[in-house]
Design a protein around this ligand. Sequence first.
Ligand SMILES: C[S@@+](CC[C@H](N)C(=O)[O-])C[C@H]1O[C@@H](n2cnc3c(N)ncnc32)[C@H](O)[C@@H]1O
Length: 488
Amino acid sequence: MGKKNRAKQSGKPGGAMLRHKKELVKMAADLFKLCVMSPSTQDEWEYYLKVHTAVENFSQKQKNVSDPPVVQPIDRTTAIPKFKSWLKEHGVEYSAIDIQEVSEEEGFGVIALQDIEIKCPLVTIPRKAMMTYEDAKSSYLAGLIEGNEVLSVMPNVCLALYLHCERFTLNSKYQPYIDMIPQEFNTILYFKPHEMKYLKGTAALSVAINQFKSIVRQFALLYQVFNGSHQKEDVEKLPLQARNAFTFDTYRWCASAVTTRQNKIPTHLDENSTLALIPMWDMFNHAIGPLSTAYNALTRGIECLAMQDFKTGEQVKICYGARTNSDLLIHNGFVMKESPFDKVRIHLGVSQKDPLYSLKAKLLEKLNVEVSGQFAVCSMDNSLPTSPQLLVFLRVFHMNEEELRSWLEKQKNELSSLREIYISGEVKFKSDVKVWEFLENRVKLLLMGFKKIGDNIEEMMEDKSLTHRSKLALQFRIEEHRILSACV
Ligand SMILES: C[S@@+](CC[C@H](N)C(=O)[O-])C[C@H]1O[C@@H](n2cnc3c(N)ncnc32)[C@H](O)[C@@H]1O
């Protein structure tokens, strides 16, 4: 963006301006310090409120003193023709599909212009139409990325920053693409405390708070870099309008655009992958199905095929992969009902005070299972309510010394039966009963946490006064409750 007619110019000259700028840098440093902290589970809600208030105070002060340029709203429907011409110029090929607003919930999407058979090509996108981490690294951001220890190891932050800069660059070559990206998202970065509160008691709350904290921390760091003296020369290479427009609101926008639309593609130099925003491919919404997008090394482009048959006029969707609802809600801003990919992660670990700790840790290591970490309770569509790792962990966790020593004596390939639901021979059925009882109690405890919000969630979903984001959090609760109840 960055066009003078679309972005308001600003400026308060003189010493007062300089003083305010210093105050903002100091506030950003405090914000950064706050976001380095790791609160305990009991304190995480209060901590989240503190971070939320601090970033709001920062934004208010920034608005009052420097009046940053803002993006004027663009109607996405009217942006479509320019976007389509841009796609054509950049060699993007598609003939059986079109872009359209599909629903309030899903926003824009892709529809079939004719009957499409499974495995028919939908779209091919050459590398030159994409915006990648490699592009960011070879742009005006090169020096800043190379000289900054955070940016140099975080491709997603670099891509977000590049998108931010191009959004505020006059006549950016990406402008028709950027204009097709939604102006707001439903990722966790946009949730207000009164919406986030519906995640209380779910396994997603800690992850959501952590994600919010990380993005605020990145923003606070980058604000200091943009306004400090450390990398001044590198910063001055960035478009001026982009530097002036850098606020928490613009940063959460580009961070969300990246988390909702990014994909990995191989780099041209080697087999390693790089992050990319892929115009047109990122107009497809998600449905459960097989993966149907691949990178063609010969044409150096993305090829996307139909994952199933589609009728004329029907919405054409692709599968984003086996993502849990926690990932979808936090990073993509939506929830899938009754998804076979869904899982609830629970934290478990062997205590270092356990007299059998070292034997258990040794056996778990041999089995490639963590001694402490997040383990998944799976959707009821799976034959087991646990991931193989959780089952193995719980079995080892409940073994006595004799059992541990006997399993430790075995070769690695003889340990595979610990991953199977029925173990014949030496492990007694009795000890597996302890395993399932432990899991049952643990899951029942988690389910008790759901009572805090109330039992009438379905009724709340009908409440017209609740925001869409509140309902997303409530839908997430319903899905998590379903998985845990099925496990019990
Ligand atoms: C790659 S974009 C797809 C295009 C997007 N709908 C748009 O308007 O630009 C991914 C975003 O689309 C929305 N989305 C995708 N699949 C969805 C689904 N099954 N249900 C609800 N929203 C969905 C979510 O907002 C998600 O973050």
